[in-house]
Design a protein around this ligand. Structure first.
Ligand code: FEO
Length: 358
């Protein structure tokens, strides 16, 4: 039933869609689902690049076997150990006991830690090449994009970069797999929400990775989530460069918590005043209604940030406290920052947010 999706004659997309999981990493809403992308190279050596989340193993291995039939898998390349990609490693090593697991020196102890696997490991270093026959994979470590062991690899004959989480997106692949066979507009917001919430804390490591990969001649980028890029490669490189420098465009995010509408009213008045100054990109969010991931995504886009909260038991409103902590945790920089608040019997909220940096 499954019709192979080719990146080239011998390279296949074998990823799966997840429309059931509500929260990615049990935190980030998946309103549009997510894809776990996996790739297969069928050459003298049969090679899988990353697996899928464990619950999707059966449909994934069915795709793989519809292509390789009874041939064994020789190599499993582990670009990234987060279980949405490594979840099938243990079952796969049991099915293919002679398969070598390829990772860098930081990957290997993590495979033991997660899955208790210590044998048939092949350690690759930065710049090493693995010969698969006609195809060759060259490995590039990209530490902290967004885990310590994060790695990408380049297939040298097709100039395909298997970029792991980098350039990934939330959202399932609903028929179209490549960016030139789907409506790319559908993914733009989710690419930004994915970057800002999953990778956004690591601006400096992203800059280092972009510098390291800058000299490669890339014809396709095959990430671990979302569309495969053939058309928007330069745009994505430019966006990652901009986001990782915390460069923003003109606009203001006003995020507020409000119990009885007073702080909300201040947010509305403030938004109108900003609009009267000619600013067109203004996004006003109630933090008790909109999940932080959407607000953070817009904070990465726009230069101005205003947080509003009433005082709640001499503290910030807990939902604003939560957003404030996330913003601080992510190290978001280069913003104009303002606060607003309301109180009757204690005025702690404005003071507390004024002490925070953005
Ligand atoms: Fe898609 Fe960091 O895992």
């Amino acid at each position: 039933m499954y019709k192979p999706v080719n990146l080239s004659d011998q390279i296949f997309y074998v990823g799966v869609n997840d429309r059931r999981t509500a929260l990615f990493e049990n935190m980030w809403p998946l309103d549009r689902g997510v894809s776990y992308n996996s790739y297969l190279i069928v050459d003298e050596k049969v090679t899988v690049i990353d697996t899928v989340e464990a619950g999707h193993f059966e449909k994934w291995i069915a795709k793989v076997r519809s292509i390789i039939q009874t041939r064994p898998i020789d190599y499993l390349v582990v670009n990234h150990m987060e279980p949405d990609h490594s979840g099938a490693i243990r079952v796969l090593t049991e099915l293919y006991p002679n398969m070598e697991v390829v990772g860098n020196k930081k990957t290997i102890p993590m495979i033991e830690g997660y899955y208790g696997i210590t044998t048939n490991m092949k350690v690759v270093n930065d710049g090493d090449t693995l010969d698969l026959g006609k195809h060759k994979l060259t490995f590039h470590t990209v530490p902290m994009v967004h885990w310590p062991e994060s790695m990408v690899c380049m297939e040298e004959t097709t100039n395909t970069l298997f970029s792991s989480d980098a350039f990934g997106s939330f959202g399932t692949l609903d028929g179209g797999i490549f960016d030139d066979e789907l409506n790319f507009e559908h993914f733009r917001e989710e690419i930004c929400r994915y970057y800002s919430n999953i990778v956004g804390k690591y601006g400096n490591p992203v800059q280092k990775a972009l510098a390291k990969l800058g000299s490669l001649s890339i014809k396709a980028v095959a990430p671990s989530h979302g569309p495969i890029y053939r058309q928007h490669i330069n745009e994505m490189l430019t966006m990652y460069d901009k986001w990782s420098r915390y460069e923003t465009e003109e606009g203001v995010v006003i995020a507020y918590a409000s119990m009885y509408g007073n702080t909300e009213e201040m947010a509305e008045v403030t938004a109108r005043a900003i609009a009267e100054q000619g600013i067109k990109n203004i996004r006003v969010y109630d933090v008790s209604k909109t999940h932080a991931s959407y607000i953070i995504s817009d904070i990465f886009k726009y230069k101005g940030l205003i947080l509003g909260s009433p005082t709640y038991s001499n503290e910030l409103h807990p939902n604003m406290e939560s957003l404030s902590n996330k913003i601080q945790h992510m190290g978001i920089a280069n913003h104009y920052y303002g606060v607003l608040g309301s109180f009757t019997w204690a005025g702690a909220s404005v003071k507390k947010r004024s002490r925070r940096k953005s």
